[in-house]
Design a protein around this ligand. Sequence first.
Ligand code: CDP
Length: 374
Amino acid sequence: MAGDGSVKLIDEKTGKRTDGRKFNELRPTKIEVGVLNNADGSALIYMGNNKILAAVYGPRELHPKHLALPDRALVQCYYRMSTFSVAERKSPAPSRREREISKVISDALNSVILTKDFPRTTIDIYIQVLQADGGTRCASLTAACTALADAGIPMRGIISGVATGLVNDTVVLDLHDIEDQKGSGDIPIGYSATLDEISLLQLDGVFTIKQFEEAVKLAIEGAKQIYEIQKKALREKYALIRAEFAGESEEEEAEEEDTIEIVSQSLAESEASVDETAIDEVESEELEEKKTEEFSEVEEVSEVEEVSEVEEQDLVSDIAKELNDELDDEKELEEDITSLETGEPEKNNEAITDDSSESVENETEHKEIDDLEE
Ligand code: CDP
């Protein structure tokens, strides 16, 4: 709510504002894109002392389903101020102001999103003001549209939000909190630099037509500068992705090269080992053959030795037998002689030699004949 403009907020000598800015100067603004992993798109804007986070989800299924639009997506925006975002604790319950800001941001974004590409779906945009310092709806609009771009939602153009106001009868760009509270009027504007369209325009306070035109013109200039910041943030993110992708590709290439090297090395090693194995196999085969030959030779020799041993034994036993036979013959002869001398016939004289046996047989026959004659 604008004040009465009685508080001196611009130095008459220097023309500088309470924070040292000139009338047409933006607060230092920075945007980070893709700050949330779990959102489809996100952006964090620092605009002076404002810190605002925007997260985009969708297009996705809408609940309750009866809210779904048959020919396009529903764009739903939820602007919330954190309880700690202002000096005096803000109630966590959504206020009328928050609902109003949610609606005007939704309407502005609806004008650029190609909603007809996604019928029966919803595109949800959550805006959380972490720190407020005036002009939060404009900064929120900028963050939300950047997050939509980050989510890849097709849009006709990018909206940039900025407010102009009347401070000490001077039109100034981008009001901060004290100017917003004590100035005599403010005009928040949502402007698309590519489309040259104004999608949000509100007015609080009283402006002359000249002041109003001046304010709109100044807002458009400011919005164009913000658009450059949005583009830079988006480009930085995609440059990072490209760099990561390129890095990954380089890594992949390096890995591929390493793999090829390793594979070729292992191939060479395996070839070498195959050669060695072949040589070893040949050597071992030769060794085996040699061993077999030696073994068979040894076996042959042992067989020969065995044979000669057997033969030797046979020979010894033959000689022993012969000797025994000779001894027996001698013994029998002696016995025959003894029996002839004594006149007693030998009872078992089969072993006696042929001549002596014949004589003994004759002797026995004679004796038997003699016995029969008697
Ligand atoms: O933030 P913006 O200027 O777009 O909306 P506003 O309704 O004009 O709010 C002006 C400022 O008042 C906000 O930016 C906040 O800094 C401050 N404010 C506050 O201190 N406590 C609130 N509950 C709401 C707003």
